[in-house]
Ligand binder design. Structure first.
Ligand SMILES: Nc1ncnc2c1ncn2[C@@H]1O[C@H](COP(=O)(O)OP(=O)(O)OP(=O)(O)O)[C@@H](O)[C@H]1O
Ligand SMILES: [Mg+2]
Length: 284
């Protein structure tokens, strides 16, 4: 077994419960894009997956759920007049914070440096819940671009989603952190399954191998409430691709400006898988 996938010697202390009641059936299509380690590609995946799902005909909202260190605006080159910060402080209406992104989907941006929102206070909790409950019914899919790790703010935003898409890279540190995050989602949020996308894959097939290694560790060490092991669903791989960095440097959306590059093609495949397994599953 890959050493990177051994359970961390100091298992993460379970933070205080961050679970909120899911907003009923509206939660059906809320997908949290999250990760154990930071900087692995959550924002890149969220923005480009949103563009790819929009192209498939869905009404998509991306919510910048990384309240403390938001950077969706940077990737999309947007300079919003109204952010969640203004909504939370009562300076603006939520509707004014919903803006159109290049790619045709909607976004709500958090505004960076919202230090006061990096802690999960009852106010942050209820504001955030209110935003999701108000906006979710207007869209077919809501992607929550969350922060990394297992802080209570991150876990709270993930708890609002019906599906969790973990982004991990093949790096050992990313995999051990992904394991730790998945373990917390099983124990604290009582989740039975999470989905995995392997970003910056070096070779085709990397993702499948990583998924099955991680699954083996989960089978041994993580039992869900039902008594069954946590199930990891491999959703796809995105290759390491210089075009991604180029697009970020130019503040352009990869799916729009370089739709034929390997990473963009992989995102299109991921969107197809999200569509067929989550949004419009056969027999549903
Ligand atoms: N498939 C890829 N190929 C090459 N570079 C990539 C790829 N995916 C992401 N990157 C690089 O990694 C950087 C970080 O990505 P991104 O901002 O999406 O990560 P993040 O997980 O949202 O980070 P944070 O945890 O800080 O929110 C990007 O700016 C890009 O340069
Ligand atoms: Mg990010």
């Amino acid at each position: 077994m890959n050493d990177a996938l051994s359970p961390p010697s100091s298992a993460p202390a379970t933070p205080p419960a961050a679970l909120a009641p899911l907003p009923g059936p509206l939660a059906a299509r809320i997908i949290a894009v999250t990760s154990g380690k930071g900087g692995v590609g959550k924002t890149f995946v969220s923005a480009n997956l949103a563009a790819a799902l929009t192209r498939r005909g869905y009404r998509v909202l991306v919510l910048d759920a990384d309240l403390g260190l938001a950077n969706l605006d940077v990737v999309l080159n947007l300079h919003p007049k109204v952010t969640l910060h203004d909504v939370f402080t009562g300076k603006a209406q939520l509707d004014d914070a919903v803006i159109e992104a290049p790619g045709g989907f909607s976004v709500v941006l958090a505004g960076s440096g919202m230090v006061e929102y990096s802690r999960l206070t009852p106010a942050v909790r209820s504001e955030f819940l209110n935003v999701i409950q108000t906006l979710a019914p207007r869209f077919d899919v809501v992607l929550l671009d969350t922060g990394a790790g297992i802080s209570d703010v991150v876990l709270f935003s993930v708890s609002l989603a019906s599906e969790v898409l973990i982004v991990a890279t093949p790096e050992p540190t990313s995999l051990t952190d992904a394991y730790a995050a998945i373990k917390v989602l099983a124990t604290q949020q009582k989740r039975q399954q999470v989905r995995l996308v392997v970003n910056q894959a070096a070779r085709p097939g990397d993702g499948r191998a990583i998924t099955s290694q991680l699954q083996q560790v989960l089978d041994r060490f993580v039992t869900t409430d039902s008594g069954r092991p946590m199930r990891l669903v491999h959703m796809g791989d995105i290759p390491a691709d210089m075009s991604v960095r180029d697009a970020v440097m130019r503040r352009q959306l990869l799916m729009l400006h370089m739709p034929g590059c390997p990473a963009a093609l992989a995102i299109a495949q991921l969107a197809s898988k999200v569509d067929t397994t989550l949004l419009a599953p056969k027999g549903a």
